[in-house]
Design a protein around this ligand. Sequence first.
Ligand code: SAM
Length: 226
Amino acid sequence: MVFKEKQEQPDYLVGSVDFLGSKIDLSQKPFIPRSETEFWVEKSLDKLQDIKKDKIYCLDLFSGSGCIGISVLKKIKNSCCDFGEVDKNFLKQIEINLAGNKISGERRKIIKTNIFSGVKKKYDCIFANPPYVAENRIDEVEESVKMYEPNKALFAGEDGMFFIRKFLKEFENYLNDEGMVFMEFDPDQKKEIEDLLKAKKGIKFEFWEDQFKKFRTVFIKKQAQN
Ligand SMILES: C[S@@+](CC[C@H](N)C(=O)[O-])C[C@H]1O[C@@H](n2cnc3c(N)ncnc32)[C@H](O)[C@@H]1O
């Protein structure tokens, strides 16, 4: 028997993970949902409860397994969610997870998109967990992660900011007035994100720590226009 040099990620061997009470299938080998993501998504659900609208339109961009949007659809009964992903294998993965979590057709749509290229409307909430690992820190990434998880889901140029910069440049075009954005990032990227957001008008933002007391998420709110 030939042994692999590194152990495959146990979650892939099991075939699924729990994410906020939903079973997330991993058969297409998407990015494995992380507990740091679960932590801020749970917090973001409280913000969604404050939206007083008959229907809340959400976009889960960079959706991978679809774990974020599926949690929103299951916990917020008047929500609808579009899932945006570039990789066709993960489009199939999202479909598998929607079916597995018994989410009906009219509340959701899967969009093949390169960041916002395929996004055609505005939303009340955008959730984004883009690839953000800096290639110049590749040595700090666990071997099993590099070997088995999709590299396209992890790395984002020398400093890890490639997708974040593009996302922050454009997100307002896809947000309704008073719409919200929740975006995950690496704690080292906080300063640049803060500078990019300070240069914008018509938004408010705050940073959230993860369960390990590291800044991990930015919450942005678009102000109503007069
Ligand atoms: C860090 S994973 C996040 C997956 C999932 N949302 C989560 O939180 O577990 C980033 C995802 O973005 C996708 N992606 C990479 N480049 C993209 C692009 N240009 N446009 C849309 N999605 C992209 C990857 O395929 C991957 O599924």
